[in-house]
Write a protein that binds this ligand. Structure first.
Ligand code: BGC
Length: 763
C-alpha cells in the first residue's frame, strides 16, 4: 500500500518536473563543467562560494541580496518559502558568473507537516513508515524552494542527559545505520537533481552523541575500536547511500576538534570512505576553534578548517575575512581553496541547480497563496507514522484500550500543548495546525463519552528552568505558567479524577527540555508533575500516563503508580489523533524502544550492547565483588527493543539450519512467532548475536537484524533470518574488520532482554 503511494508520488514528481516540460540542453559532465567554471572564477568569487549564511536579524535581506549579486555568498539557510528565495536566486543570476545559490534548512522530522521526532520514528522499527516521513518532508520542503536539509542526524546517543538524544535514532549502531540509509534515500530519491527531492547532509560528523557527561558541546574521548565499531557506522551508511553533504560536529575527538581534524576529514572521510560531496561546518564552528584552544586567532582558525577540508563555513565571517590574506601569503595554497570550491559547485550541480536555478523555486504565478494552507499538509501520512511510533510500556489489567463510553479525566500540562507535541527542530510546523491530545481524544469520542479536562500542574514550577527554556526561544517564549497555586491546580485535577472512570495524565517534558543545549543532570519528570501523579494515584481511579518527552526518563515510581504507560515522545502535527487511536484501541500499538530506559540517572550509560566483563553481576546469584551498584538493580527499567501490544505474542525456540558455518556460506535461524491474544497486532522480532570467545571482549549481544510482522489473532508464522560471515565481523584491536572462528550465540526475542537462544560454530 505504502509502496504504491511512494510510486505514485515518484510518478507525479516526474510529470511535474521542469526538465520534463522543457528539456534544456544537457550540461557537460560534472567534472568538466565544474573545472571549466572554476577556471573563470576570481579568488573573491571562490571564497564567496564557501560562505553559508543564516537568514536572520544579523543580515538584513537587502544586504544579503547585495552580497549575493557581488558573488560573496554561496548558500543560505533558514529562508523557507519560494517567495523569500526567489529574489536571492535573482540576485545570484545578476552576479558575474551567475552561479546559483542553494537554500538549506533543518528539515529533521518534517517540514510543514511535522512527523514524530527522530527518536520516535526509530521506535516504529518500520522502515517504510520512516521512508514515508522523509519523502513527505522532501516533497514539502522542495515545494518551498529548499534544496538541502541538514539531516539525517545519526549521532548514536547512549547518555540521555544529552538533550539532542531526541534528534537522533537512539543507541543502537545497526538500527541507526539502517535508518540513516532509508532517510538519505527518502530525501534524495533517485537523484537530488529532481525537483521534488532535496539533498541530504548527514550530521554531526562525528561522535557528537558521545559528549562527556551528556553535556552539550563537551569533549569526546573514545577508543578507536569503539569509534569504528559503534559510533561511525551510521555516518558511513548515510554516505554509502549517497548523501551529498556532511555537517561537521562541534565537539573535539580525542583532543582535536572535528572542524580542524585532518584524520577525520581527510584520512577517514575522503580517503577511506571515498566521500565526494560537500563538507559544511556547524554554526560558527570555525571561529570556535579559538575557544577549543587550537587556534590563536580567526586567521589560524580559518587556516586549520580549510586545510582539514571544511568546504563551507556556516554563518561565516571567518572564511570571508581571513582567506584572502591566507591565500596571498601562501599559508593556504590555491589548491586548498579550489578543492573546497569544487565540492560546493559539485553539490550545486548534483542538486540540479546549474541546469535550472529555479528548479525548486518555480514561477511566481505558481506560488501558493498561503504557504501554511491546510491543503499543503500531509495529515494522513503523519497520523499513520505517528501511531506506529508510540510505545506501550505498561498495561496492567487491560486498562487500555479505553472505552469510548467512559467518563475520562484528561489532565496534565501536556494535554493541550500544540507547540510541545511538535518536538524540537519542528522546521516550519505551525502550532495552530497541531492536534493536541485533548483535540485527538475529542475527535475520537465525537458525541460519545465524557472528557473532563484539568491542567493539574505546570511543566515545572522552577522559575529558573522556565526562564532558561524561554531564553532558548527568545523570539517567542514557549513555556507559560498558570499563575494559580500548585495546590489549587492539583485539587482541580483530583476533582476531575473523582468524577471519572479513568484518568489520563499527559506528563513529561516541554519540547525545549529535549533540545540542543538542553542537557539535564536529572531524568526525573519535574516535581510539579510528580506531585500531580501522586495525587491522582491517591484517588484510586485507574491511571494512564501518556508520556511526552525527548529522551528516556527515570520513571520508576511513576510507572508503579500508573496502571498503564504509553510513551509518545513528541509525535508531531497529528500526534493527538495518533495517541487517541492507540488509547481507544483503533490502532494496536507496535512501537519498540530504540534506547534503554534507566531506573535512575546514576545507571547511565545503560545501553544494552556493553562488552562482557570479568566479574559480571548474575541475577539470582548475587555476590560481593561483582559488577553492580549496591543501591540499585543492574537491569534497566525498560530494555532496548521493548514495547507491548494489546495482544500477546509467543516465540518458539530458535532452530538453526546448521550447527557450523563456513566462511562464504550462510545459515538460517528460524523461530515461530504466534499471536496468542485476541486482537490482530504487529511486533518486532529481533535477532542478536554474541561472539563467545574472541581476540577481545565482545558485546553481550548486538542487534544484527529484525523483522516487523503483522499477525491476525491466533495466527502463527515462521520467521527466518539468514546469517553469514559478514554478520560476525568486528573491528579488532588492530582495527581490522574480520570475523574470528569459534562459537556464536544466536539470541532472538521481542526485546533485547527476553531472548531464546541457540549457537553455532564459525569454522
Ligand atoms: C546545530 C545543527 C544545525 C545548525 C543550523 C546548529 O546549532 O548544531 O544541527 O543544523 O545549527 O541550524
Amino acid at each position: 500500500m505504502r509502496n504504491m503511494y511512494l510510486l505514485g508520488l515518484a510518478l507525479s514528481l516526474a510529470s511535474h518536473s521542469v526538465l520534463a516540460q522543457n528539456p534544456p540542453a544537457p550540461l557537460p559532465p560534472k567534472d568538466v563543467f565544474v573545472a571549466d567554471l572554476l577556471k573563470q572564477m576570481t579568488v573573491d568569487e571562490k571564497i564567496g562560494q564557501l560562505r553559508l549564511i543564516s537568514i536572520g536579524p544579523e543580515m538584513p535581506r537587502e544586504l544579503i541580496r547585495k552580497e549575493i549579486a557581488a558573488g560573496r555568498i554561496g548558500g543560505t539557510f533558514n529562508s523557507i518559502t519560494r517567495a523569500e528565495n526567489r529574489p536571492m536566486q535573482d540576485a545570484a543570476q545578476r552576479s558575474r558568473l551567475k552561479i546559483p545559490m542553494f537554500f538549506a534548512y533543518d528539515v529533521i522530522h518534517g517540514h510543514r507537516t511535522i512527523f514524530p521526532i527522530s527518536l520516535a520514528l526509530a521506535s516504529s522499527w518500520d522502515m517504510d513508515a520512516i521512508a514515508l516521513s522523509g519523502r513527505v518532508a522532501a516533497k514539502e520542503a522542495s515545494a518551498d524552494g529548499i534544496d538541502l536539509t541538514f539531516a539525517p542526524m545519526v549521532d548514536i546517543a547512549r547518555d540521555p542527559r544529552w538533550g539532542r538524544t531526541s534528534e537522533g535514532f537512539g543507541e543502537d549502531t545497526y538500527l541507526v545505520s539502517r535508518i540513516a540509509k532509508v532517510m538519505v534515500h527518502a530525501y534524495q530519491g533517485v537523484s537530488p537533481a529532481l525537483p521534488s527531492n532535496i539533498m541530504a547532509s548527514v550530521k554531526h560528523f562525528a561522535l557528537y552523541g558521545a559528549v562527556e557527561g551528556g553535556r552539550d558541546y563537551n569533549i569526546v574521548d573514545m577508543s578507536p575500536v569503539r569509534m569504528f565499531q559503534d559510533y561511525l557506522p551510521p555516518y558511513r551508511a548515510a554516505i554509502d547511500a549517497g548523501a551529498g553533504g556532511v555537517m561537521v560536529a562541534l565537539n573535539s575527538i580525542n583532543g582535536i576538534p572535528a572542524t580542524a581534524n585532518l584524520w577525520l576529514m581527510q584520512d577517514l572521510l575522503r580517503k577511506d570512505w571515498g566521500f565526494k560531496g560537500v563538507a559544511v561546518s556547524d554554526h560558527g564552528a570555525i571561529i570556535e576553534l579559538i575557544r577549543h584552544g587550537v587556534a590563536k586567532d580567526g586567521r589560524e582558525a580559518a587556516k586549520l578548517a580549510i586545510k582539514a577540508g571544511i568546504d563551507m563555513s556556516m554563518n561565516d565571517k571567518v572564511y570571508g575575512e581571513e582567506l584572502p590574506g591566507l591565500l596571498k601569503s601562501g599559508e593556504v595554497p590555491q589548491s586548498d581553496l579550489d578543492n573546497a570550491v569544487r565540492e560546493v559547485l559539485g553539490a550545486k550541480y548534483d542538486m540540479g541547480l546549474f541546469a535550472d536555478p529555479y528548479l525548486r523555486i518555480g514561477k511566481t504565478q505558481d506560488d501558493p497563496a498561503d504557504t501554511n494552507a491546510e491543503s499543503r499538509l500531509h495529515r494522513s501520512e503523519a497520523r499513520e507514522v505517528a501511531r506506529k511510533s508510540l510505545v506501550l510500556l505498561k498495561n496492567q489489567s487491560e486498562t487500555l484500550p479505553l472505552k469510548k463510553q467512559a467518563r475520562i479525566a484528561l489532565v496534565g500540562p501536556l494535554a493541550k500543548a500544540p507547540i510541545d507535541i511538535m518536538g524540537s527542530w519542528a522546521a516550519n510546523g505551525q502550532p495552530a495546525q497541531s492536534v493536541t491530545v485533548f483535540d485527538g481524544m475529542r475527535n475520537a469520542l465525537g458525541q460519545q463519552g465524557t472528557l473532563i479536562y484539568a491542567r493539574g500542574a505546570n511543566i515545572t514550577d522552577d522559575q529558573k528552568i522556565v526562564d532558561y527554556l524561554n531564553f532558548l526561544n527568545f523570539d517567542n517564549p514557549e513555556v507559560t505558567n498558570d499563575p494559580r497555586l500548585a495546590r489549587e491546580m492539583i485539587d482541580e485535577a483530583v476533582k476531575a479524577a473523582q468524577q471519572a472512570d479513568v484518568v489520563v495524565a499527559v506528563v513529561g517534558e516541554s519540547r525545549g527540555m529535549s533540545h540542543e543545549s538542553s542537557s539535564r543532570t536529572s531524568l526525573d519528570i519535574p516535581a510539579s508533575q510528580r506531585a500531580l501523579i501522586t495525587a491522582l494515584k491517591a484517588t484510586g481511579k485507574p491511571l494512564v500516563l501518556v508520556l511526552m518527552n525527548g529522551r528516556p526518563l527515570s520513571i520508576d515510581l511513576q510507572q508503579q503508580q500508573a496502571d498503564a504507560v504509553l510513551e509518545t515522545w513528541f509525535s508531531g502535527t497529528e500526534g493527538g489523533n495518533a495517541i487517541a487511536d492507540v488509547l481507544f484501541g483503533d490502532y494496536n500499538p507496535s512501537g519498540k524502544l530504540p534506547i534503554t530506559f534507566p531506573r535512575s540517572v546514576g545507571q547511565i550509560p545503560t545501553y544494552y550492547s556493553h562488552l562482557t566483563i570479568g566479574r559480571p553481576f548474575t541475577p539470582g546469584k548475587p555476590g560481593n565483588y561483582t559488577s553492580q551498584y549496591f543501591d540499585e538493580a543492574n537491569t534497566p527499567l525498560y530494555p532496548f527493543g521493548y514495547g507491548l501490544s494489546y495482544t500477546d505474542f509467543s516465540l518458539s525456540d530458535v532452530s538453526l539450519s546448521a550447527k557450523t558455518l563456513k566462511p562464504g556460506a550462510s545459515l538460517t535461524a528460524s523461530v515461530t512467532l504466534k499471536n496468542t491474544g485476541k486482537r490482530d497486532g504487529e511486533t518486532v522480532v529481533q535477532l542478536y548475536l554474541h561472539d563467545v570467545a574472541a581476540s577481545m571482549s565482545r558485546p553481550l549481544k548486538e542487534l544484527k537484524n529484525f523483522q516487523k510482522i503483522m499477525l491476525k489473532a491466533g495466527e502463527q508464522k515462521i520467521v527466518q533470518f539468514t546469517l553469514d560471515e559478514n554478520d560476525l565481523k568486528f573491528y579488532n584491536a588492530q582495527l581490522k574488520y574480520a570475523a574470528e572462528p569459534g562459537e556464536f550465540e544466536v539470541l532472538i526475542g521481542l526485546d533485547s532482554q527476553n531472548v531464546q537462544q541457540n549457537s553455532f560454530q564459525l569454522l
